[in-house]
Design a protein around this ligand. Structure first.
Ligand code: NCD
Ligand code: ZN
Length: 347
């Protein structure tokens, strides 16, 4: 029997679209199923000023195929030189919906990120005053901290001190990968949300490392132990308004993934909604999918929900998703969950 599920159209609260040819190739993959997305600013060079964010927004809209509707929600990349007044003006004009904090060196294209958190205090205070959210890549970069512990240490050493020093600052812990992060979010009274990716609901660190190294499962923050994956599933399917979808879909060509020092990132834009339907069904929580993907995010960002919808249909036979998408830079491999999926979307 065919089962179908019609939801308010989802949004992606953490997305990498890149620029140029790659932007043109990956944008339709997101616009097919999603109404809006928070667009990550880690281009080369990064999107630091309001003027750069405006120009990037124009390039995204110009890359959108005819007949597709999609709203890019722009962010600014926080540096030690960021001007609080530029941030305030970008917010007031409606252009910018968040500011992104990368600890310097934490991930792809994060060299201009923050080392001395005192230097960004005036910007954070301005953001608290105007209600503009801070999105955090929550990993410390200290060489003596094990990569699997970097998120938990970030909470204690960076995030909690920043939040205590800046009352009223609204923060999104992005792409959380640990039970520690989910517990921290739940323990706070207000002004804190978290995004969860599709792939962190599906893989743990064994998927990356057992039986040969799997570069297409390598992303940052790196997937953790199984107990953490289960904690993320519990948070995502709970209906708790503080948890919402941010795919962190991060396209890299196969040539850049499959090399001695391969890039971090999983490309999930093409099949996220079918994969989420599979995961939520497995957790017996299909009725919570709309909150996670379509309702909790707009509520946190104080934006209206999309007025369009999306329909997910459960097929009788496994759905075959394209293994790769072609781009002028070379193929990009689509995330393979490693199991059969029976759901597809009808937009
Ligand atoms: C992202 C990218 O490729 O830009 N990679 C990733 O593994 N998630 C950067 C990021 O969000 O950390
Ligand atoms: Zn990201």
């Amino acid at each position: 029997m065919t089962q179908s599920l019609t939801l308010t159209r989802p949004d992606d609260w953490h997305l990498h679209l890149r620029d140029g040819d790659m932007l043109r190739a990956v944008l339709p993959e997101t616009a097919r199923d999603f109404g809006r997305a928070i667009i990550m600013p880690n281009l080369v060079p990064p999107v630091v000023t309001a003027a750069q964010a405006g120009a990037y927004r124009d390039r995204i809209l110009a890359a959108l195929p005819e007949g597709m509707a999609f709203e890019p929600l722009m962010t600014l990349y926080l540096t030690e030189e960021t001007d609080p007044e530029d941030v305030a003006a970008a917010h007031a004009s409606g252009l910018v919906k968040a500011v992104k904090l990368y600890p310097a060196g934490a991930t792809t294209n994060s060299a201009s990120g923050v080392t001395d958190f005192e230097k960004v205090r005036p910007v954070l205070e301005k953001m608290a005053e105007i209600g503009l959210p801070l999105c955090t890549h929550g990993e410390v970069t200290d060489h003596d901290i094990d990569i699997f512990d970097r998120e938990a240490v970030f909470i204690d050493r960076v995030l909690d001190p920043i939040r205590r020093a800046t009352p009223g600052l609204r923060v999104v812990m992005e792409h959380i990968t640990t039970a520690n992060a989910a517990d921290y979010v739940r323990s706070q009274e207000a002004d804190l949300g978290a995004t969860i990716t599709t792939h962190h609901l599906i893989i743990n660190r064994n998927h990356i490392l057992v039986g040969g190294i799997k570069p297409h499962y390598y992303c940052l923050p790196v997937a953790k132990r199984e107990e953490h994956r289960l904690a993320l599933r519990a948070a995502a399917t709970s209906g708790d308004a503080r948890f919402f979808l941010g795919t962190d879909s991060a396209p890299h060509t196969d040539a850049n993934k499959l090399q001695p020092c391969g890039c971090a990132g999983c490309f999930t834009a093409s099949n996220t909604m079918p994969l989420l339907a599979h995961v939520f069904e497995e957790e017996d929580a299909l009725e919570q999918l709309e909150r996670f993907a379509s309702k909790n995010g707009p509520a946190f960002y104080r934006l209206p929900e999309n007025d369009r919808q999306i329909t997910l249909v459960k097929q009788d036979a496994p759905v075959r998703f394209p293994e790769k998408i072609d781009t002028p830079d070379g193929p990009v491999t689509v995330f393979d969950p490693g199991f059969d999926v029976y759901w597809s979307t009808e937009s």
